[in-house]
Every structure is written in structure tokens, then in C-alpha cells.
Design a protein around this ligand. Structure first.
Ligand SMILES: C[S@@+](CC[C@H](N)C(=O)[O-])C[C@H]1O[C@@H](n2cnc3c(N)ncnc32)[C@H](O)[C@@H]1O
Length: 232
């Protein structure tokens, strides 16, 4: 939980008839084996009161997440965010807890999957994904990996074509890339810089130029090291 930046966002997303629960070891930092942040309960609470004065504090579990079960978390939740212990074991165990807590269209959100400072997170996620057939990676962006159950993938993917979402992306220069990942169509969101914008527009022009079909026929996929992508 640290100082609660993510919890505040979840606080904003929580409807009146919903419950937000959070977990951090706080002053038992000897249990923080991966040295991932060091939450201070009083700082968390004062941030909450400062920014979400009209919302009651979430239910706080002051313990290691390994001490929780679905008896504490409850079930039927729509979102479960994981950003506690960053070892492979902790990550995998948190994902198993999330699996039990989430309803069939629920979403797991995992921090630091591609952060080289915490390789245990990717190991834990990969282990989890390789040991079951239900959960699939949907999207990565803002340092977060988003996973949903395979039977909910199609519904979530519709959001990527939603006009308001696409407008938000273009306004903030977010670019969506679709790739195969764990045998699933997976979207990564990245913010483009000016140089990337120029490169993308050059790619578009090349892809539209009459010379492309000729090059493609001859098997040429790269020009000056730039990957030629299909027409956007
Ligand atoms: C990276 S911070 C989380 C930041 C948080 N997402 C935010 O926005 O404020 C990681 C937190 O996990 C806590 N932590 C570390 N290991 C834990 C464990 N095994 N169980 C529960 N909390 C843990 C740390 O005390 C720290 O506050």
C-alpha cells in the first residue's frame, strides 16, 4: 500500500455499495523480504483523509498478504491490485489469492512486471500463467499488467475500440501496440515522444507508398532498419 497512491484511485472507483480492502505490513518491515517500498500507516491514512475526505477509510489488513485468505478478502470483487511483496513466491501467491477473490469478469492488476529492479514479479506472473488455463494477459501500460479470465477477454477488448478511449489515447499521445503474448492478443500502451511521432508518420507514408506492394512481394520487410507495419 505504501503511501496509497493506487489506493486513492481505487477509492475514487469504489461505488457506495462496494467495499475497498487494502493490505500492507506497515511497521513489520522485517517481513518485507523484497524491499518493495515501506508503507507507513499514518501517512497512508492522512493522504486518504486529505484527498478523499468524504469517503470512509478502506478496511485495512495490517499483515503480510500471505496471512490472508478469501475469508478476509471476500469473493466477488471486480478489481484486485497487486503491489506488495515482489518475490516470485509472493507474486504468485497474491495472484492465487486474487483468483479466489475476483468474480468471473474481475481483473487483476500487477505492478512492476517489466521492472528490471524486481525480476521476481515477472517470474511469479509467468509461473502463475503457466500453471493454469483461465487467466490471460490483456494489456500492459503505466507499469501495470492487466489480466482477465479468458472468457471475459472479448468483452474487455471492445474497450480498445471505444471512441472515447481512442480519443483519450490520441490526446495524451498514448500508442497501442498489439502483440502475441502467452498465446493471446495483448495490447501494450506507450506514450510516444516527438521523435516517435515523426517515425510513425514516416512509417505510415512508406506503408502507403506505391513501392510497398512491390517490396512486400520481394520479401523486403525493412527499409533503413525501420519495421514496415501493416497500414493503420
Ligand atoms: C511498492 S509499495 C506499494 C505502493 C502502492 N501501490 C502505492 O501506490 O502507494 C509496496 C508495499 O508493499 C508492502 N509489502 C511488502 N511486502 C509485503 C507483503 N508480503 N505483504 C503485504 N505488504 C507487503 C510494503 O510495506 C510497501 O508499503
Amino acid at each position: 500500500m505504501h503511501h496509497g497512491k493506487s489506493s486513492l484511485l481505487f477509492g475514487l472507483l469504489t461505488d457506495d455499495d462496494e467495499t475497498l480492502k487494502v493490505c500492507d505490513i506497515f511497521d513489520q518491515q522485517e517481513k518485507n523480504v523484497s524491499n518493495s517500498g515501506a508503507g507507513v500507516r499514518s501517512v497512508f491514512e492522512s493522504n486518504w483523509h486529505r484527498w478523499l475526505a468524504d469517503k470512509k477509510l478502506p478496511e485495512i489488513y495490517q499483515c503480510a498478504s500471505a496471512e490472508l485468505s478469501s475469508k478476509n478478502t471476500g469473493t466477488n470483487y471486480r478489481l484486485f491490485s497487486i503491489d506488495g511483496g515482489h518475490t516470485a513466491q509472493e507474486t504468485e501467491a497474491d495472484m492465487m489469492l486474487a483468483d479466489r477473490a475476483l468474480h468471473k469478469k474481475g481483473m487483476m492488476i500487477i505492478d512492476d512486471y517489466f521492472d528490471a529492479a524486481f525480476p521476481g514479479v515477472s517470474e511469479g506472473v509467468n509461473r502463475f500463467l503457466n500453471n493454469q488455463n483461465t487467466w490471460r494477459p490483456l494489456m500492459y501500460g503505466f507499469n501495470k499488467m492487466f489480466l482477465v479470465r479468458s472468457n471475459a477477454l472479448a468483452e474487455y477488448r471492445q474497450a480498445f475500440n471505444d471512441d472515447s478511449f481512442l480519443e483519450l489515447c490520441s490526446g495524451r499521445r498514448y500508442v497501442l501496440y498489439t502483440q502475441q503474448f502467452f498465446a493471446t492478443e495483448f495490447v501494450t500502451v506507450r506514450q510516444s515522444g516527438r521523435a516517435q511521432d515523426v517515425l510513425r508518420s514516416a512509417r505510415r507514408k512508406i506503408a502507403r507508398s506505391p513501392v510497398m506492394p512491390v517490396l512486400e512481394k520481394s520479401g523486403i520487410k525493412k527499409i533503413y532498419g525501420m519495421l514496415i507495419r501493416p497500414r493503420e
